[in-house]
Design a protein around this ligand. Structure first.
Ligand code: SF4
Ligand code: SF4
Length: 368
């Protein structure tokens, strides 16, 4: 299958971040600052992505504003005609810097929150004072005239604040709110017992979101991602592996999705060594699960195989140890009942302690 050009590029400029979210999508084996790509290398990648046909660039991390050259990279992307989005925790960027970023061509900001009140949000983030800083940053985004999306990752320990989160997003005049249940790989998998919501919590969340969508029609768009463990059919992860999306790690590894490194049986090409278009078209990691040829039964004979593309490869690997299995989130998978049993068990575990995402915890993890 020859793919279309990728629609979006997500660049993880750094894995450094002052927050320590226990569900962070960064790999357990985070990359150190010394290995990060230089300004010139990132600018080259941005030009290559635009040449390849990418439409959007998302500056992410870690915390992308840790990089002092972010303005240069935003300007490079804007000059190359890419739509520019900053995905940030908002705790390190003051108003003057935000204005410089807007002047460089930044078009949109996605700001993440860990809860609706400081005690809960700061405990989850492992960062005292973070929640207040985020609220102040949200005001700066609006003052700079930039559109704002508020991102909330929800789980057992903050699901009861969902209504308050939606009210917060309305108050800060966000255009959009993304409410995403935790996806369980990497750090989140390590913390699954402390994060998994119960079915009852999920039902309450679904009702809250549906009522809010009705109430806020025309004011605020709400995206809601349900937890895979309670789903009947998987999501079309990344719009299909290697079909719409590219992710680049701080040291230049090119990944089909931000969690792909959790699949330890795959090797990833590096943009420092090969051109981006070659990696996109021919990279073994991209070709491994692109299209439908790789699929096992029941996907191979299923009429949804070009709708959900067999679901999430990282989840298949996390649960079965084989990334080429049907996503266990699918009720047709032979591993589905095991997934549901795990979810119910974790939801009732009552454990509240987190393995925080930081270099110290990573060092203590077996195998790292
Ligand atoms: S999820 Fe949390 S710890 Fe991870 S990069 Fe985002 S703000 Fe930092
Ligand atoms: S069997 Fe495969 S293609 Fe069919 S719904 Fe399940 S995951 Fe999707």
């Amino acid at each position: 299958m020859i793919p279309d050009p990728p629609f979006a590029l997500l660049v993880e400029l750094t894995h450094r971040c002052p927050l320590q979210c226990p569900y962070c999508s960064n790999p357990l084996d985070m990359e150190r600052a010394a290995g990060e790509m230089t300004t010139e290398e990132w600018c080259g990648v941005i030009r290559q992505a635009a040449g390849l046909g990418c439409m959007q660039i998302h500056f992410s991390g870690g915390e992308p504003t840790v990089r002092p050259d972010l303005e240069i990279l935003v300007a490079e992307a804007a000059a190359a005609g890419l739509y520019t989005n900053l995905i940030t925790s908002g705790v390190l960027c003051d108003r003057a810097r935000l204005e410089r970023l807007a002047a460089a061509g930044l078009e949109h900001v996605q700001l993440s929150f860990q809860g609706a009140t400081a005690p809960i949000a700061d405990r989850i983030a492992g960062y005292a004072g973070g929640h207040e800083k985020k609220l102040s940053f949200a005001r700066d985004v609006r003052a700079a005239g930039l559109p704002l999306t508020a991102n909330f990752v929800v789980h057992r320990q903050n699901a009861h604040q969902l209504d308050a989160m939606i009210d917060m997003a309305v108050e800060m005049a966000a255009e959009r709110i993304e409410i995403a249940n935790v996806q369980y790989y990497g750090w989140a998998l390590k913390n699954r017992a402390a994060l998994m919501p119960s079915r009852d919590q999920l039902n309450v969340m679904i009702e809250s979101v549906s009522a809010a969508r009705e109430r806020l029609k025309g004011i605020l768009a709400i995206d809601f991602v349900v937890p895979d463990y309670y789903a009947r059919r998987p999501k079309p992860c990344m719009g299909g592996w290697g079909q719409r999306f590219l992710n680049i790690s701080p040291s230049g590894k090119v990944l089909p999705c931000h969690a792909a490194e959790s699949i330890t049986t795959l090797a990833f090409d590096n943009v420092r060594e090969k051109p981006l278009d070659d990696i996109w078209l021919n990279g073994p990691a991209f070709r491994a699960f692109r299209g439908t040829d790789w699929m096992p039964e029941p996907c191979r004979a299923c009429d949804r195989k070009e709708i959900d593309w067999g679901g999430c490869r990282c989840q298949a690997f996390a649960i079965t140890g084989d990334a080429a299995q049907t996503d266990p989130a699918c009720a047709l998978s032979k591993n589905h009942s095991r997934l549901v049993a795990t979810a119910l068990e974790d939801a009732q575990s009552g454990g509240e302690d987190f393995v925080y995402r930081n270099f110290r915890s990573a060092k203590a993890l077996p195998g790292l």
